[in-house]
Design a protein around this ligand. Structure first.
Ligand SMILES: [Zn+2]
Length: 104
């Protein structure tokens, strides 16, 4: 499966995710590897955010406080970071649909 990683990179940055995490996620997809493997058991599970290995380690030690202030500071999306299983991806999808509608 091919992914539109240029678009995903744009969305990841608009959601305020650290550049290293966006690079890791999109770079893995560009190499045909789904990057969530082994990284899905943290507090971010179900949010759509997939940390890079460095951030996954920091979050494991410090909790989401290791990354949340930076996400909130850099976020352009008009809703807070989407904690909660199931609710998050819907919010993200709504935002992505709105971005697509604006770009059409
Ligand atoms: Zn990172």
């Amino acid at each position: 499966m091919r992914y539109d990683t240029a678009r995903m990179r744009h969305i990841g940055m608009a959601l305020g995710y650290p550049r290293c995490c966006v690079d890791h996620f999109c770079g893995s997809l560009d190499r045909g590897v789904f990057p969530a493997d082994g990284l899905q058991d943290g507090e971010w599970r179900g949010t759509g955010f997939v940390p890079c290995p460095d951030h996954a380690g920091r979050i494991a030690r410090e909790g989401m406080a290791a990354v949340l202030p930076s996400i909130e500071a850099n976020r352009l999306a008009p809703f807070p970071f989407q904690f909660g299983h199931g609710a998050g991806p819907d919010l993200v999808q709504e935002y992505v649909d709105a971005l697509d509608a604006a770009a059409a």
